[in-house]
Write a protein that binds this ligand. Structure first.
Ligand code: GAL
Length: 672
């Protein structure tokens, strides 16, 4: 088999959405393709939930309607991202294989009538998904409409963990492969505690609900095992497809919205990263969470262009309050994804479904039909994306990295931590938001990777830190990098065991400080920090008793249990600098802190108005500034080039209207 294509064979930015024509009569299909063409749609995802209508009984396939559909789409110039529907097995499958159902932590067997209820460890499920992927790829590998394969749907959602008998057996095998001996497992899990010492592999179970807290090392390994099982299913399907086809294979992630899968590992397995993102309506600045998801999608794919596989044209249907998008918001969202590296903008879904659990979810073609704001905006966006063909393939460059480590999140989210107030998501968002408001582009990174390209690395929540990764961070500082570490980091090793030498010990050399004791605060209690330059910064939730090992004190607690002691420190080490922040500063405090950190790292804020988002993509001959005005006021921006959306040439500045978007191309001047 030849190497898979790096990108679907398409002209321009991919545009479209999930298409579920099996829910509609044939007349509607013809209307759909005509409207898709009017809207500029060039790619649709098909077959994602079609298992029961294609494999009508075990091993008996009826592809007739899919044949007809793919031909119709191809005749109309619409390419296909062809799905394997393995997130939703048919009723006959569960009737024949009742043992393939998921069992949750509390021992409840998941019933039929929904989706995502199959055990990823069940042999019958493994066999069925490969049979389906093989049959589908054999039939359509040469079909000219198929440019991309879409395996499964959102692995780990809605069900990740499985405690069925099949999962129990597979977990034991996985542990034997990982540890080799029971002695090694007993030591890693610290089973001398609470008398959990194992003498037989068969006595080990998945961490089901128990009278009290279950061994955290066991739970952490179970999270790794769960991720591994899901990924093994993806790999099995991908390889079945690759045996027939050289077109790229993807599966849709949920960056920043699901934590079951380690997307760094998944990023290495897919040919193209694709991501689903839905705004969290309760968050008034949900576009910043969106930017996090987009930057993470790009980062786990190694910086290559990726596809936004799903987002919504307006409201979703599964949040407590499903807020409709305001005029222009869908275009702003789309351009943020594009600015942060997406070369495809797709939606869930093309036509709003009349029946089933998702009938109140918005779509490209809403229940109201073509005479609607949404459809007009969809058509306008399609036309805009056609004007952006040149942007395709260009890359985003970042000088700053924020550490994002799923393994650490899995460990931190277990029970019995010093306080419920410490949240990795909250701290990452707080630091990210500060940099977003300063117009600084961010990559996400792992603590063990090569960080030398970054002037500044921020670790807002690195609770679990492997010793080798701590060495990598220390080398980074010694070689001239600026590292900022936030509280409750470097607490445990890969087995959720406290580091020898205590909290923060592995980073003691880099930071010139370690932590004697955690000092969580009472609900509502605040603590102020006075800086060396006389600023007063507000903080809450958390303090630490620090021990200095050479760092200078940049901020001192004014009150709280650590009053009078160091709160923020700065350490010169080798060619670089290590900052440590031992409390939760508020947004204003973080802003003051970061201005000092930027100076150390020689990172310059963009100096733009708040809520004006500007990201640059770099091509071979030109750069593209994607400009999104999230504010209610017009904004002025210095720029030279052409706005690809309007064709207007800009000499030295232009006004971007409230809520507006622009994409400015500037030709690169060659120096040689
Ligand atoms: C996604 C899912 C889609 C649809 C959508 C609704 O998570 O992949 O199938 O359910 O949510 O928002």
């Amino acid at each position: 088999m030849t190497a898979p294509h790096a990108w679907p064979e398409l002209t321009g930015i991919a545009y479209g959405g999930d298409y579920n024509p099996e829910q509609w009569p044939r007349e509607t299909w013809r209307e759909d393709v005509e409207l898709m063409r009017n809207a500029g749609v060039n790619l649709v995802s098909v077959g994602i939930f079609s298992w029961a209508l294609i494999e009508i009984a075990e091993g008996e396939f009826d592809f007739s309607w899919l044949d007809e559909l793919l031909d119709l789409l191809h005749e109309n110039g619409i390419a296909v991202d062809l799905g394997t529907p393995t997130a939703s097995p048919p009723a006959w499958f569960f009737a024949e294989h009742p043992d393939a159902r998921v069992i949750d932590r509390d021992g409840r067997v998941m019933g039929f009538g929904s989706r995502g209820m199959a055990s990823h460890s069940a042999p019958a499920y493994r066999e069925a998904i490969v049979r389906y992927a093989d049959a589908l790829a054999a039939r359509y590998a040469q079909h000219p409409a198929v440019v991309l394969w879409h395996v499964h749907n959102e692995y780990g959602v809605p069900v990740g963990e499985d405690h069925s008998d099949h999962a129990q057996a597979a977990f034991r095998v996985w542990l034997q492969e990982k540890y080799g001996t029971l002695d090694a497992l007993n030591s890693a899990w610290g089973t001398a505690f609470w008398g959990q010492h194992y003498t037989d592999w068969q006595h080990i179970s998945t961490p089901t609900t128990a009278p009290s807290v279950v061994n955290p090392a066991q739970r952490l390994d179970f999270a790794r095992f769960t991720d591994h099982q899901l990924r093994a299913c993806f790999i099995a399907e991908r390889d079945a497809i690759r045996a027939h086809s050289d077109r790229p294979v993807t599966t849709n992630f949920m960056a920043n919205q699901s934590w079951t899968t380690d997307l760094w590992a998944w990023g290495r397995e897919v040919d193209i990263v694709s991501d689903d993102h839905y705004l969290w309506a309760a968050d008034e600045d949900a576009h910043i969470g969106l930017a996090i998801a987009a930057d993470l999608s790009r980062s786990v794919g190694g910086g290559k262009p990726w596809i936004l596989m799903e987002h919504s044209t307006s409201a979703v249907n599964w949040q407590p309050r499903n807020i409709a998008k305001r005029p222009g918001e869908m275009a702003r969202n789309s351009l943020t994804h594009l600015g942060r590296g997406a070369d495809g903008i797709l939606f869930f879904q093309w036509r709003a479904g009349r029946s089933g659990a998702e009938k109140f979810h918005s779509a490209m073609l809403p229940h109201a039909g073509v005479d609607s704001r949404i459809f007009r905006e969809v058509t306008a966006l399609g036309a805009d994306l056609q004007r952006l063909e040149a942007v395709q393939g260009s890359r985003v460059q970042a000088e700053v990295a924020i550490l994002w480590d799923f393994e650490s999140f899995w460990a931190q989210d277990l029970e019995w931590r010093p306080t419920d107030d410490v949240s990795h998501q909250e701290r990452i968002r707080a630091f990210y938001e500060r940099l977003w408001r300063d117009g600084i582009t961010i990559d996400f990174a792992l603590p063990g990777q090569d960080l030398s390209a970054y002037k500044l690395v921020i670790a807002p929540a690195q609770y679990l830190l492997r010793a080798a990764d701590a060495e990598n961070l220390t080398d980074y500082v010694e070689s001239g990098g600026t590292l900022l570490v936030s509280y409750f980091s470097a607490v445990v090793d890969e087995n959720d065991a406290v580091h020898p030498g205590g909290f923060l010990a592995p980073l003691r050399d880099a930071l010139g400080v370690d932590v004697e004791e955690h000092l969580p605060l009472r609900e509502g209690q605040t603590a102020a920090v006075t800086t060396a330059v006389g600023d007063s910064l507000n903080a809450d939730h958390w303090q630490e008793a620090l021990r200095l090992h050479g760092a200078e004190v940049v901020g001192t607690y004014r009150d709280g249990p650590a009053a009078g002691e160091a709160a923020i420190t700065r350490n010169r080490r080798g060619e670089g600098t290590g900052w440590y922040v031992s409390t939760r500063l508020d947004a204003e405090g973080l802003s003051r802190l970061m201005s000092q950190v930027y100076a150390d790292a020689a990172v310059a804020p963009a100096g733009l108005p708040e809520d004006l988002e500007v990201i640059t993509r770099h091509g071979d001959d030109a750069s593209y500034r994607i400009v999104i005005n999230h504010a209610d006021d017009d904004a002025a921006l210095a720029a030279t080039g052409q706005d690809l959306l309007t064709g207007i040439e800009i000499d030295d500045s232009f006004t971007i209207p409230a809520g507006g978007v622009a994409v400015i191309r500037s030709k690169k001047t060659r120096t040689t």
